[in-house]
Design a protein around this ligand. Structure first.
Ligand SMILES: [Fe+2]
Ligand SMILES: [Fe+2]
Length: 308
């Protein structure tokens, strides 16, 4: 018998899972001048945000490849039973997930061209990052790719949750960047359980699955932390911001956050430590954090403004 699908709604009468939907988003990057320090006029905050942006397109295409590998397995297990029907539903969610990640990757790559126009040289960094990523992918098995994807999605969902708690901060961002970040964040919330649920199907034994899940977290966490730091450092160096000024700018950003009634942002604590701690609980499921409503609220407004 396979383990129960963890996104089943029967466990909580109040839990509703959003349908993962692909939206035909194409942001008007060509029409709007985005300033170099688009986040609060702050060099450090912008570099940290741009730094993780550099990882998205390649990372998201890896996520899609990792899940795609398991489509035949899932399709073969669709039947008339309740479990078979949940798999059919998961396949629908996966379709939306592929569409969403494909569009995120494309829009972030279009933003790369804005960065290039601002004078940044990205290709050296991207070649190093993608080279390391590709080598790791070649020497590891598909189930670890899937587990790393589930963990990567946990981190992006956590960052997305933080973004929506930080909404006042986005009043200090360029409006187009605000939309890019929050659209991406909202869809990350919408599809946050897809890879996790595929992993549940792929590894039916709970004990083995937990081991695989933790291994995926170890790889994804270390890789994300290392390359996010490298990307941020690369951009700051090209911006001519030395360590002392980067720290000063960072403090200025925290002061602005406090003035807006937000707590200081410590990424290692708020994303990595909290993310790992919650993920290590054997009973963890992405939808134990019910933040579908903030995502839906933003997306309704976004669709009316950008997709009408
Ligand atoms: Fe994404
Ligand atoms: Fe995602």
């Amino acid at each position: 018998m396979t383990a129960p699908m963890t996104y089943e709604r029967t466990t909580s009468a109040t839990r509703t899972i959003p349908r993962v939907r692909t939206r035909p988003v194409r942001l008007p990057f060509d029409d709007e001048g985005i300033p170099k320090h688009w986040l609060a006029g702050n060099a450090t905050a912008t570099a940290v945000s741009n730094g993780v942006n550099l990882l998205f397109p390649y990372g998201e295409r890896f996520f899609v490849r990792s899940v795609k590998h398991y489509l035949p397995m899932l399709e073969a297990r669709v039947d008339e039973s309740p479990e078979g029907q949940r798999r059919a539903e998961l396949l629908q969610q996966i379709k939306g997930f592929f569409g969403q990640e494909g569009r995120h990757a494309r829009e972030h790559e279009r933003f790369f061209d804005i960065l290039r126009g601002q004078g940044y040289e990205l290709d050296g960094f991207l070649a190093r990052f993608e080279g390391a990523f590709g080598r790791l992918e070649r020497i590891t098995p598909p189930v670890l790719h899937l587990a790393a994807t589930a963990a990567g999605e946990h981190f992006t969902a956590l960052m997305a949750g933080n973004a929506f708690r930080d909404l006042p901060m986005f009043d200090h961002a360029h409006p187009l960047m605000r939309d890019l970040m929050l659209w991406h964040a909202a869809e990350e919330i919408e599809h946050k359980a897809v890879a996790f649920d595929v992993l549940t199907e792929a590894v039916p034994s709970p004990v083995l699955r937990y081991l695989v899940r933790v291994s995926g977290m170890a790889v994804a966490g270390a890789f994300l932390l290392y390359w996010w730091t490298q990307g941020t450092k690369t951009l700051l160096a090209q911006d001519g911001v030395d360590r002392r000024r980067a720290l000063e700018e960072g403090e200025r950003f925290q002061a602005l956050r406090r003035a807006l009634g937000l707590s200081d942002r410590r990424i290692v604590r708020d994303v990595f430590l909290r993310g790992i701690a919650s993920y290590l609980r054997p009973s963890f499921h992405p939808w134990e954090v019910e933040d579908a409503d903030v995502a839906a609220t933003f997306l309704a407004d976004f669709e009316a403004r950008r997709l009408a």
